[in-house]
Design a binder for this molecule. Structure first.
Ligand code: YH5
Length: 281
C-alpha cells in the first residue's frame, strides 16, 4: 500500500517508494525556532537543505506559533513567500511546497512554481478549496483544531487517532466533491499544540498509533520536528530537541510515514539512510 505513490509536483515527480524529507523554510519574522528563521538567508539555507538531501522545501510566510504577532494579510504573506518561491524555482530542481491557507497565496504560489500546497487548515478557509481545485499540484491536508473558539483551548478526544482519521476522511471527501482527484492528496494528523489542538499526550498517542493513518490508502506526512510535545516529554527547550525529534522521525518512518517535515534535514536524512541500509541487509 505504501509503495505506489508517485506525485506529479508541477512537473517534478516525487516517488514516495522511499520516504522523503521536507525541509522547513520559514520566511516569517517570528518563527519560534531560531534555526528555521531565514528571512534574509533563505538562498543559503535552501541550498544546504537540498545538498543534505531534502526532496521538498516547505515555504511558510504565516507563523502558526501560539501568540505569533498578528496574522499577516494574504498580501503580506504573498510578499514574503513569492520572491522565495520564484528564486528557488529558477535555481533548483526541488519540489517547492507553499505552507498557506490563503486562496490568493495558493493561486499565486503555484503560478510562480510551487509544486505542492501545504495547508494546516485543510482548505477550510473561504475560497481555499476552489483555489486548490484550480491547480493540479498535490495538497497536504492537515488536521487541526480549525474551529478553536479561543487560544489555549484543547478539544477532548476519546480515541485521538480515530477522530483525526475520521476528520481527514471527511476532508478527502470534501476535496473529491470539489473535483480534486484523490491521487493529489497527502494526509497529516497535525502534531502539536496551539491551533493544532493536541496535548503532548495526544501527540504521543498519535505517534504510537501512526500506522492507522495509513488505512486511508493515501500518503501520510509527519511533522513533529522540535515541537513542544518532544520538549514536554524530555523536558528540553527548542534548541535541545534534536535527539527527540530524530527518535520521533524514526518511529514515524517505521510506522509507514511517507514524508517527514523537519528543521534538521541532514540529521533526518541520516536516520532514513540508516533505516534503509538495515532494510536492505
Ligand atoms: C505540520 O505538522 N507544522 S508550523 C511549534 C514548535 C515546533 C514546530 C513549539 N506547519 C506542520 O512547525 N504543516 C507547521 O515548537 C505544518 N504539518 C504540516 N503539513 C508549526 C511548526 C512548529 C510549531
Amino acid at each position: 500500500m505504501s509503495n505506489e505513490f508517485k506525485l506529479n509536483c508541477a512537473g517534478k515527480i516525487l516517488d514516495l517508494k522511499k520516504p522523503g524529507v521536507m525541509g522547513i523554510l520559514n520566511v516569517t519574522p517570528d518563527s519560534f525556532y531560531q534555526g528555521s528563521r531565514c528571512s534574509d538567508n533563505w538562498l543559503n539555507v535552501a541550498q544546504e537543505m537540498i545538498r543534505d538531501g531534502a526532496e521538498i522545501l516547505d515555504i511558510g510566510g504565516e507563523s502558526t506559533r501560539p501568540g505569533a504577532s498578528g496574522a499577516p494579510t494574504p498580501e503580506q504573506e504573498l510578499e514574503r513567500v513569492l520572491p522565495v518561491i520564484e528564486g528557488l524555482a529558477s535555481r533548483f530542481n526541488v519540489v517547492i511546497s507553499v505552507d498557506t491557507s490563503s486562496p490568493l497565496v495558493i493561486r499565486e504560489a503555484v503560478k510562480a512554481g510551487a509544486g505542492m500546497i501545504n495547508d494546516v487548515r485543510a482548505l477550510h478557509r473561504e475560497g481555499a478549496l476552489e483555489a486548490a481545485a484550480e491547480t493540479d499540484v498535490p495538497i497536504i491536508l492537515m488536521h487541526s483544531f480549525v474551529d478553536q473558539p479561543e487560544p489555549g483551548l484543547v478539544p477532548v478526544y476519546g480515541d485521538v487517532v480515530e477522530e483525526v482519521r475520521q476528520y481527514l476522511m471527511d476532508c478527502v471527501q470534501r476535496c473529491e466533491h470539489a473535483g480534486i482527484l484523490r491521487e493529489r492528496l497527502i494526509l497529516d494528523p497535525g502534531f502539536g499544540g496551539g491551533m493544532f489542538g493536541k496535548t503532548p499526550m495526544y501527540d504521543l498517542e498519535m505517534l504510537k498509533g501512526f500506522r492507522r493513518f495509513h488505512e486511508l490508502g493515501l500518503p501520510v506526512l509527519a511533522g513533529m520536528s522540535r515541537k513542544s510535545f518532544i520538549g514536554a516529554t524530555l523536558d528540553r527547550d527548542a534548541e535541545d530537541r534534536l535527539p527527540g525529534s530524530l527518535a520521533a522521525a524514526m518511529l514515524a518512518i517505521q510506522a509507514g510515514a511517507h514524508i517527514i517535515r523537519v528543521h534538521d534535514v541532514r540529521e533526518t536524512v541520516d536516520v532514513l539512510r540508516f533505516l534503509q541500509a538495515v532494510d536492505e541487509a
